[in-house]
Design a protein around this ligand. Structure first.
Ligand SMILES: [Zn+2]
Length: 441
């Protein structure tokens, strides 16, 4: 078993997990993410943050604390490959940038992280935001509750591009602050690109995010124009490789997407105007596609409300947002490798599982959608100790009532959440108050 050597290194469960104690989960059914099949009753034994054994039926497990999940299906904990835990969009987002401090965003992120975990997402990739690396450390140190985080830190953009932090500033402010550079994640050359990646390394990022084209919510006109040269993206990808980083590329427009794929990024995020030719190229290069339908639907819906978005954003939200679900359907039919992501922080944190419904609505089988958030997401992250319920794996387990492959809406009703062997939610728990999580007992 190739995972076993990892045990000694990685079995450091959070401080509040009881060392040596065994928990037996009596799962009514078990989702096998490798085959995509829902199996019958199984017992999952958990010890020291890892899965110690998986066996059919519900036999006696002397000395273990038993959790009755016999009317539920257990699945590996889910991974959302595209979130922004440091923020959540609203009509106030644009002005808040001038009023709030980083620490205000950090406090908000504590509640977002807890909601995300309790919605069944035991891992996330945070693709942009300076809060996430710090939130990751706070979670890993047991200070706050949340998913395991792979943090990009500041996204890398070009001047005026999606994620230039000074977009929309008036000229007085712009001149006062001066043009942002690689330190702030804004590049305009191959050399800048190298420096920006190294800066992210210095700041403790786990993954690199670039904005290969314009974006919907940035205060700028174009949502789809290419914003990097292919040489700049190559420089990002090559430098990232030196540090063991994978590169996620935000992209809506075809040309920017093509450059990112040719330069060798790991994943295309959103991918709105992906042509058949580009899908073929992605298959050839092994590029992943993370569609984020939730964000597309959310912004398209909000674009109908007068004043919700600034005038420069509204037409982009209406046009681009409405297309993503269709692109996801076409990419699935074309056989592009796909994994699960929502871009949450555009939509409300904690609603991540709704993406499963949107994927199924796009014609993707429910079992495949669940694989996208488990075994395939682990592949995108480049880890081999999560995403499957098997001996030696991290004890990240979620349970939902009934059978989610037959009725995908079950994913909205998560009854049990275990991360690294620690139970964060179980049947019978009171429904969380819809308050800021910091006030919850
Ligand atoms: Zn995003």
């Amino acid at each position: 078993m190739r995972l076993l050597p990892l045990l000694a290194l990685l079995a450091t469960a959070p401080a509040f997990a009881q060392s040596g104690a065994t928990t037996a989960l009596h799962c009514g059914q078990l989702f096998d993410s490798r085959s995509g099949e829902v199996l019958g009753a199984h017992t999952v034994l958990v010890r020291d943050g890892r899965i110690a054994a998986v066996s059919p039926g519900h036999g006696a497990t002397p000395g273990a604390t038993t959790i009755d999940l016999s009317s539920h299906t257990c699945t590996p904990g889910w991974t959302d490959l595209h979130v922004h835990l440091g923020s959540q969009s609203s009509p106030d987002s644009y002005s808040e940038g001038f009023r709030l401090d980083d620490v205000d965003y950090a406090y908000r992120s504590v509640g977002y992280a807890e909601k995300t975990l309790l919605a069944g997402f035991t891992s996330v990739r945070d693709l942009g935001g300076e809060v996430a690396p710090h939130l990751r450390d706070a979670i890993n140190n047991g200070l706050v509750i949340g998913p395991r985080i792979w943090a990009a830190g500041k996204s890398i953009a070009t001047t005026g591009g999606h994620a230039d932090p000074t977009n929309g500033y008036n000229s007085t402010l712009s001149h006062l602050i001066g043009p942002p550079g690689p330190t702030e994640g804004v590049i305009n050359s191959v050399e800048d690109a190298r420096q920006a990646v190294r800066q992210r390394y210095k700041e403790g990022s786990d993954v690199i995010k670039i904005t290969a084209t314009g974006g919907v919510l940035s205060y700028a006109k174009s949502g789809d124009a290419p914003q990097f040269t292919v040489e700049e993206i190559r420089s990002v990808v090559d430098t990232a490789r030196d540090y063991g980083y994978k590169v996620a590329a935000h992209a809506h427009g075809e040309e920017g997407m093509r450059r990112a794929v040719e330069a060798g990024v790991t994943s295309i995020e959103h991918g709105t105007y992906m042509s058949d030719e580009l899908m073929a190229l992605m298959k050839k290069k092994g590029t992943w596609y993370v569609p984020t339908i939730h964000a597309g639907r959310f912004v398209a819906e909000k674009a109908k409300i007068d004043g919700y978005f600034p005038d420069v954003v509204r037409p982009k939200a209406a046009r681009i947002g409405a297309l993503i679900q269709d692109t996801a359907a076409r990419a699935y039919d074309a056989g592009v490798k796909m994994a699960f992501g929502t871009d949450m922080g555009v939509g409300p944190h904690g609603d991540n599982a709704r993406e499963f419904l949107y994927l199924v609505e796009a014609g993707i089988p429910a079992a495949t959608a669940l694989q996208m958030a488990t075994i395939r997401a682990a592949e995108v992250l480049g880890v081999d100790d999560q995403g499957v319920i098997a001996t030696g794996q991290r004890a990240d387990i979620v349970a939902v009532p009934g059978n989610p492959v037959e009725d995908i809406e079950a994913v909205l009703d998560v009854a049990f959440v275990m991360k690294d062997g620690v139970i964060h939610k179980q049947p019978g728990d009171a429904a969380p108050a819809d308050a800021q999580a910091g006030t919850r007992q």
